[in-house]
Design a protein around this ligand. Structure first.
Ligand code: NCD
Length: 327
């Protein structure tokens, strides 16, 4: 699972429905099933992470898999071992699934290709690579949206025709890119808004043109907030990724907050019942006002984190079932 660019609507729906089952498991008194007993999952995070790594680890444990956590700072990487040799080391230990995050785009693909060439049967899950993709985040966002639209029967079809605004540092966001694939495949209307330095002119068109059916994807971009928020059903704010900003792309955080920060007042032009998402971590008070972030009648941030475990259980299950050495 490297990118959502090649996910069909049916595949997105399969993930949602599998996550529904695991959400039920997580609500039990003993939230654990033996589905991946004997399967070895390694989490290899070459870039820092709080929620994604913990979420994959918990998901693997709740499926009864064995989990090996790799942290570059304390590993042989600091002794000069290459990333591919690290992956081969885990393969030799019997790893079946590798969950990989890296600051450079393409690293999970390179490892997946190497694992295929070795005929290893290892499944690689991209947990965020550079600016390229963060599929599990977009899938948990999709699941969260579908659950809000119908808590008893969440489905990708509910997204058809919904207006979703994505606001902020789109240029540096793998979360935005993955969401663009999944939401537009579901037939949602995606509206992007950011200062031009964080959303270059022509971005939406260029993005849609990477697809084999660009005309069917509804992606619109704006250089101000109001048209994106107008009649929006959902608003997703993105973190300003200051660690990835090579030059000064913003005059100041304060100016960004004044023009693009989400506040209660600014949401008035959205549809009644609008809900707010953010992948986290949040620059509190910059992308979203502090009170809005903590208002659980509007903010879905905690739901996203909670639903992330069910979605990652679904992904590990769909990729890992039948992978134990004995089968
Ligand atoms: C995102 C990421 O790492 O891409 N965070 C996450 O996984 N929840 C977004 C970000 O870092 O801003």
């Amino acid at each position: 699972m490297l990118s959502l660019a090649d996910f069909t609507l049916t595949e997105l729906e399969t993930v949602v429905q599998t996550a529904v089952s695991f959400r039920e498991v997580l609500s039990r008194r003993t939230p654990k099933v033996p589905a991946l007993q004997g399967v070895v999952v390694t989490t290899m995070f070459f870039e820092s992470s709080t929620r994604t790594r913990s979420s994959f680890e918990l998901a693997a444990k709740r499926l009864s898999a064995e989990v090996l956590n790799f942290t570059p700072g304390t590993s042989s990487l600091s002794k000069g071992e290459t990333i591919l040799d690290t992956a081969k080391t885990y393969l030799a230990m019997g790893a079946n699934l590798m969950v990989i995050r890296h600051q450079d785009s393409g690293v999970p693909q390179v490892i997946a290709r190497a694992m295929d060439q070795l005929n290893s049967g290892v499944g690689v899950l991209n947990a965020g690579d550079g600016l390229h993709a963060h599929p599990s985040q977009a899938l948990l966002d999709l699941f969260t949206l579908a659950l809000v639209l119908n808590p008893d029967n969440p489905s990708t079809s509910l997204l058809q025709g919904k207006k979703i605004a994505i606001i902020g540092d789109i240029l540096h966001s793998r979360v935005a890119r993955s969401n663009l694939w999944s939401l537009s495949t579901c037939g949602a209307e995606v509206h992007l808004a950011a200062p031009p330095t964080l959303l270059p002119p022509g971005f939406a068109e260029a993005f849609a043109n990477q697809s084999d059916r660009p005309g069917e994807r509804s992606i619109v971009q704006h250089s101000s907030l109001a048209p994106a928020l107008h009649q929006a059903d959902f608003v997703m704010a993105l973190r300003l990724q200051r660690e990835r900003m090579a030059q000064h792309l913003l005059p100041s955080l304060r100016e960004y907050q004044q023009h693009f920060g989400l506040t209660r007042d600014r949401l008035i032009c959205c549809r009644p019942g609008v809900r707010i998402l953010h992948p986290g971590p949040v620059n509190r008070g910059v992308e979203i006002s502090s009170d809005l972030m903590d208002d659980s009648s509007l903010s879905l941030i905690s739901d996203q984190v909670r639903n992330g475990v069910a979605v990652r259980m679904a992904l590990l299950y769909l990729m890992g079932v039948g992978k134990t050495a004995s089968e």
